[in-house]
Design a protein around this ligand. Structure first.
Ligand code: SAM
Length: 320
């Protein structure tokens, strides 16, 4: 990336909060060509034309831009015509009534992820149809510690919309991971993950793509593990928010550690919303005989993802 609106482009395409965007890169008054360039970098970007961000976000972005340009006589037609662009808020291919739109995560030159996500945080009885902050933080952490995943067969629990598994197998990043299996207990999440895998691996041989399967933590013993490579690394992001699920999650981990022993490591990323809930889970990890090591903080400046850092994310390594 080398354009003057690269940061705004990266933020727009992943629907970063409009009020926190890099508006300082817009130098006023904005001449005709610059207005055109800014719109081409954001609303008019080919990725957004093909897979549009949610309508309400587009409107908020354009409203903010027009507010910035309020003292200018000339406002480019492209700004108005962006409001008439393609709309993504349509029904999921699963036939559900939820609305979906796209987000594009630009990671580094030549490497991006496009995800179809629900426009609501909770839809179809799950929180997993959109990507949460902890997944972005763990993604950043993995990109900064590539040795943690190189050569490993990886299983994700509660994988939601599929960001992490797609990131790990993205050909442009060359992370050289082994097999990646994304799992979630929610059937709509598994369908969405599969859709998102297809979207991001259009020219990739099937065996080099991540797989997605339904796995409820309660049913870990009946999952066909023999059809998958032996797990070296477990990952989970934002799954520690409901203590009624702790026993099921710890039971699933217990089962997998019993199969794999000390060869298995878990990386768990949690948004620190409720300290008591996290503390309760940490205590239970201790009761189950796990050793917990906090991972280094994910630094803001080296971030590949646009994160607003309003909530802290804790990443821990769990071994037995
Ligand atoms: C807050 S979402 C996080 C999704 C994704 N990891 C992320 O960070 O974007 C929690 C996910 O855990 C899944 N989940 C919750 N309880 C589960 C259970 N008992 N078995 C399997 N998955 C479960 C939900 O379906 C949901 O996808």
């Amino acid at each position: 990336m080398s354009g003057k609106y690269d940061k705004l482009q990266q933020q727009f395409l992943c629907c970063y909060p409009v009020n926190k965007m890099a508006w300082s890169s817009v130098k006023l008054p904005l001449n005709w060509e610059d207005q055109q360039e800014l719109i081409a970098a954001t609303c008019g970007h080919p990725m957004n034309r093909r897979y549009p961000v949610r309508r309400s976000y587009l409107e908020a972005f354009l409203k903010q831009l027009m507010h910035l340009l309020r003292d200018q006589e000339d406002v480019h037609d492209d700004i108005y015509s962006s409001l008439c662009g393609p709309v993504a808020d349509n029904k999921a291919s699963t036939g559900s009534t939820s609305t979906y739109a796209y987000k594009h995560y630009l990671l580094e030159p030549g490497a991006h992820i496009t995800l179809r996500e629900s426009t609501s945080f909770v839809a179809e009885g799950t929180t997993g149809l959109c990507t949460w902050e902890a997944a972005l933080a763990l993604g950043d952490y993995l990109l900064q510690h590539r040795d943690l995943v190189r050569g490993k067969n990886i299983v994700e629990l509660g994988a939601g919309a599929g960001l992490l598994g797609i990131l790990l197998k993205l050909p442009a990043l060359q992370l050289q991971v082994g097999q990646v299996l994304l799992t979630d207990g929610s059937e709509p999440c598994v369908q969405l993950m599969r859709e998102n895998i297809s979207l991001n691996f259009q020219d990739t041989p099937k065996e080099q793509m991540p797989k997605a399967e339904q796995l409820n933590w309660d049913a870990v013993g009946t999952f066909p593990w023999e059809s998958h490579a032996e797990t070296d690394l477990l990952m989970a992001a934002d799954v520690i928010y409901d203590d009624s699920q702790f026993d099921a999650l710890l039971g699933a981990m217990d089962y997998l550690y019993a199969r794999r022993g000390c060869g298995l490591e878990t990386l768990l990323a949690s948004t620190v919303r409720n300290v008591d809930t996290l503390h309760k889970f940490m205590t239970q990890l201790g009761d189950y005989g796990y050793k917990v090591t906090p991972c280094a903080n994910v630094s803001a400046c080296a971030s590949h993802f646009c994160r607003d850092h309003t909530a802290a994310v804790q990443i821990i390594s769990i071994r037995r």
